[in-house]
Design a protein around this ligand. Structure first.
Ligand SMILES: CC(C)(COP(=O)(O)OP(=O)(O)OC[C@H]1O[C@@H](n2cnc3c(N)ncnc32)[C@H](O)[C@@H]1OP(=O)(O)O)[C@@H](O)C(=O)NCCC(=O)NCCS
Length: 150
């Protein structure tokens, strides 16, 4: 498995992530999809790919210098590839990017319906710093976690 920036060839799988997985949780993802592929704005998007170029995971980061922290917008491993250390590999990539760009903190927002992700991030030493009801969807609570980058 290797991690590389996403490219135009990934559009099909990125559409599945944007419209199949993220849109029901966070609303319209057309702008995000465009930014991942074009690299415009403050978005960095990476694919975790196997030797035969199958996408097994996805990481998108938002590095807005006005925020003093790097934000993990999405960290996702597809079914069939979970529990093999790949989520950890993508998290290590996020930490590496934070270090390169000089961010001292990484933040992530996880819907409280995503227990799997919450457990993953708390296991990786992220600390819950806030909870917000209705941030993206009126009926959902979002949990905000952060970790210090040493
Ligand atoms: C959460 C997720 C990223 C974890 O990825 P993964 O590749 O299965 O995790 P890893 O194998 O890298 O595990 C890393 C560590 O976290 C732990 N871990 C992973 N999933 C866990 C869970 N659900 N509960 C507790 N610990 C967990 C592992 O035991 C491992 O611990 P270790 O470092 O002590 O060995 C993955 O399950 C996922 O993408 N889930 C879906 C998330 C989703 O639907 N997101 C949509 C909105 S963004």
């Amino acid at each position: 498995m290797k991690i590389r920036r996403v490219c135009e060839d990934d559009r099909k799988v990125l559409r599945v992530i944007a419209f199949g997985i993220l849109e029901p949780l966070y609303g319209d993802q057309s702008k995000a999809l465009h930014e991942w592929i074009s690299g415009e704005g403050f978005k960095y998007a990476f694919a975790l790919v196997s030797k035969n170029n199958e996408v097994a995971g996805f990481l998108s980061l938002k590095a807005n210098p006005a925020n003093l922290y790097l934000k993990i917008s999405t960290l996702l491993i597809f079914d069939g590839h979970k529990k093999l250390g790949y989520g950890k590999k993508l998290l290590a990539k996020a930490i590496h990017v934070a270090e390169e760009l000089g961010f001292k903190k990484i933040k992530v927002t996880v819907s409280d319906s995503k227990q799997e992700s919450l457990n993953f991030f708390t296991h990786a030493d992220f600390i819950i710093v806030d909870k917000k009801l209705g941030k993206y969807r009126q009926d959902a609570t979002e949990i905000i976690l952060e970790m210090e980058v040493i």
